[in-house]
Design a binder for this molecule. Structure first.
Ligand code: SUG
Length: 448
């Protein structure tokens, strides 16, 4: 049966802003309190989705979340009407209001970890929502994420959903941003590659000194167990703590994999040789030929990789077996990175083409092309079971761009977050969106 990988991109929400909320994420910190343009952000994301659809890839859309998160603010002791909750939070604890307004659910590589049916014991596609418990503004995403994913992948015969892991730092889980899958073809059993930043219980693993390691080994192991993956179908590897301290807060900032190929930076991992040989052997036992493309630090330093987001690219397989790399505009703006990319496609590498996208609004918060998408490998039957309302088409693209033009502001700064009108605008927009995407009631304001 035919299988493919579908990219579900996060639609940027109406409250997209620069809150400086992510310690350890260089872009988020350095753009703190700049004014944002939510409309442009959403349109940039939609343009990428449309371009991939036009290239023949199956593309989906993942809905944004209700912000400000009034229910969350109430749990923190702010009461009264919804407008009073916002007003009181703005007066007493502005950082909490800012965190409650974040549109961070757009980075859906962090929404969940997904294992395709070819890898799992019960032959279903498994999803575990990520607890994102390293940062408050991200830890509030998973309940709605679970409802949205449940509505998109509702058929229990094909899809299994697991709740987020326990919400403690020891099980810090950032979803697919620290997970890659290698396979000969999407429908065949593959090798799932889990990359963690530290161990919560085993002191033999080193940890970064400056910035947090968000993903733990124990969280990755729990996800692999929940999904029913076999030992010979998984590899666990540790991220190099030194690069976390240079701003590599997720593995997808320093490596990307697809098919039989791992594209990574020389400094990305610890014990790299051992890891590569394990990937080679395990994929080999599944009939695949593992290929590693290592970018040497002499050609691209970690700092250039973090600034340009070279590795936060989408590596996509084309029907002729060659690969396409989707990179952000910032790669073209960095001479060393751009020269490297020209050499890469001129070489005998599987990557034959590079396409550049302007995602500046998201990039300024540390989210590149790969952060904006959640990959789900599906066979034909499973694809047919996905809620068709979320699959990108030319008419849906038109509907969504008009919807953005109608509801989104083109400028948002911190003061605007205290405006109760913003909550009404967000709810009105999302209510309409659930009808466009045929999601049903998924938001707190629709349920309570
Ligand atoms: O979690 N930025 C996100 C960026 C996530 C990128 N995702 C992947 N690498 N897969 C984060 O750090 C910044 C929000 C702000 O500062 O307003 C933020 O949450």
């Amino acid at each position: 049966m035919k299988s493919c990988e579908v990219n579900f991109d996060g639609l940027v929400g109406p409250t997209h802003n620069y809150g400086g909320l992510s310690y350890g994420n260089v872009a988020s910190q350095s753009n703190c309190q700049q004014s944002s343009n939510p409309r442009e952000a959403a349109l940039q994301g939609l343009a990428k989705m449309k371009a991939l659809t036009d290239m023949g890839f199956t593309q989906g859309v993942l809905a944004p979340q209700e912000r400000p998160d009034i229910a969350g603010l109430r749990k923190l002791g702010f009461d009264g009407t919804d407008a009073q909750v916002i007003e009181r939070a703005a007066k007493q604890a502005m950082p909490l209001l800012v965190a409650s307004c974040s549109a961070s659910s757009m980075w859906v590589a962090n929404a969940a970890t997904v294992s395709p049916s070819a890898d799992t014991a019960d032959g279903r596609v498994h999803f575990t929502a990520a607890n994102l418990n390293c940062k408050y503004h991200r830890s509030i995403e998973h309940p709605t994420t679970s409802r949205v994913l449940g509505s998109m992948f509702a058929d229990q015969q094909h899809f299994a959903h697991h709740a987020a892991l326990p919400a403690v730092a020891q099980f810090g889980d950032e979803g697919a941003a620290n997970h890659t899958r290698f396979c000969r073809s999407y429908g065949e059993a593959g090798v799932e590659f889990f990359v963690f930043g530290r161990s919560a219980f085993d002191t033999r693993y080193p940890a970064p000194q400056k910035y947090p390691a968000r993903q733990t080994l124990e969280a990755s192991q729990a996800v692999a167990r929940l999904h029913g993956l076999s030992d010979d179908g998984v590899v666990f590897a540790q991220q190099n703590p030194a690069v976390i301290d240079q701003g590599v807060f997720h593995n997808d900032v320093i490596a990307v994999g697809n098919g039989e190929v791992l594209f990574y930076h020389e400094d990305a991992f610890l014990n790299t040789e051992h890891m590569l040989s394990e990937l080679h052997d395990k994929l080999g036992r599944r009939g695949g030929r593992f290929q590693a493309i290592c970018v040497p630090r002499s050609e691209v330093g970690v700092e250039d990789a973090v600034r340009s987001y070279l590795f936060n690219s989408q590596l996509l397989s084309r029907p002729d077996g060659s690969m396409l790399l989707i990179v952000p505009e910032e790669c073209r703006g960095n001479e060393r990175v751009w020269n490297y990319l020209q050499r890469l496609i001129a070489d005998e590498s599987p990557v034959r083409e590079v396409k550049v996208f302007d995602l500046k609004q998201s990039m300024q918060n540390g989210g590149g092309p790969a952060c904006l998408r959640l990959r789900v490998a599906l066979n034909e039957t499973e694809l047919a079971a996905v809620n068709p309302g979320v699959i990108m088409t030319a008419p849906l693209y038109d509907t969504l761009t008009q919807w953005v033009d109608k509801h989104y502001r083109d400028r948002l700064s911190e003061n605007d977050l205290a405006d109760p009108q913003l909550l009404d605008e967000c709810r009105t927009a999302l209510d309409e969106l659930t009808r466009h995407l045929k999601l049903g009631a998924v938001y707190p304001f629709q349920i309570n």
